[in-house]
Design a binder for this molecule. Structure first.
Ligand code: ADP
Ligand code: ZN
Length: 295
């Protein structure tokens, strides 16, 4: 079986691994995301060591935080574009990996990669149209249409959709540097921490933070459902460790749709429609292996 490399490039850490799938994920490392000059050589070193140990890799797949250029025919394919992350703007990430390691490189967003991981081995199996969201430090969304990751002008940026914000109920202005109170600005882990001056992980289960959070996430989801008609919504990320959120989000989605879509997935089986990733926090890195497979 082909031996593959994967890189999940996140805003706080890069996860790198070598393997063939969920039952064979070898030598996983986490490298802090500092500057490209510091982080990328460590990534390259890891794969050089792995190649020395395991033999040649067939390909490396990269799932990266955005915005990135995912258009295969573009001169800047595989680059970080004008990302809000200082020092990472206009960096030829895929090019560096390809040049330094001499292997073919697959490239997509972190969330499109996670969707591919769930498609191959998780809760997206058998579904040609579904979306994957992460609610972590930020919010991101990707997914598949007809079994292919969604690309277009660039790629979806589902975390930055604009949603109603009732300032009398929630005076927190939002924390997105571009839009203030977009979905990410109101409902990301960072927003929760800023609004309540405490990390989400230590807010009690019955804290009002969670009803507010569920309302915002459900508004986002309703918009995605109506626009993309996904067959399932998989939601990962640190904030979704609050398992009560799943029930609250499902209830709010049904309430906001107000019986508009009479499909059994929503009316009878919503607990199978809005679900956590089967691969858990490994969806992204395993999805990177799928990107490698598909090169
Ligand atoms: P990242 O988005 O940085 O890749 P994560 O998906 O792990 O990483 O998300 C981190 C975010 O999730 C942080 O904002 C953190 O405060 C929040 N978080 C982590 N664990 C929990 C938890 N148990 N409950 C609520 N929020 C959490
Ligand atoms: Zn935004």
């Amino acid at each position: 079986m082909a031996l593959l490399g994967g890189i999940e490039a996140g805003g706080t850490k890069f996860v790198c691994a070598v393997g063939t799938g969920p039952d064979d994920l070898r030598a996983v490392v986490r490298i802090p995301t500092t500057t490209p000059d510091e982080t990328l050589p460590q990534v390259v070193d890891f794969f050089r060591q792995q190649i020395a140990k395991e033999g040649v890799l067939d390909a490396i797949g990269i799932g990266a935080f955005g915005p990135v250029d995912v258009r295969a025919d573009s001169p800047t394919f595989g680059w970080f574009l004008d990302t809000p992350k200082p020092s990472w703007q206009q960096i030829d990430f895929a090019g560096v990996i390809k040049q330094e390691l001499g292997v073919p490189v697959g490239f997509d967003t972190d969330v499109n990669a996670a969707a591919l991981g769930e498609y191959q081995w998780g809760n997206g199996q058998g579904l040609e149209n579904f979306i994957y969201l992460t609610v972590g430090t930020g919010i991101g969304g990707g997914g598949l249409v007809k079994g292919q990751p969604i690309h277009g002008l660039l790629h979806p940026e589902m975390g930055h959709i604009l949603i109603p914000h009732d300032l009398s109920a929630d005076p927190f202005p939002g924390c997105c540097p571009f839009h203030k109170d977009c979905l990410e600005g109101l409902a990301s882990g960072f927003a929760i921490e800023k609004r309540w001056q405490q990390k989400g992980a230590i807010l009690p289960e019955d804290h009002p933070a969670w009803a507010l959070e569920a309302g915002y996430l459900a508004t986002g989801l309703v918009n995605f459902i109506l626009m993309l008609s996904p067959e399932r919504i998989v939601i990962g990320g640190g904030v979704m460790e609050q398992k009560q959120l799943f029930t609250q989000v499902r209830n709010q989605v049904r309430k906001k749709l107000n019986a508009y879509l009479s499909v059994s997935q929503i009316t009878d089986n919503i607990e199978d429609y809005i679900v956590p990733p089967k691969l858990g926090s490994r969806a992204g890195i395993l999805g990177a292996l799928v990107l490698a497979q598909r090169v």
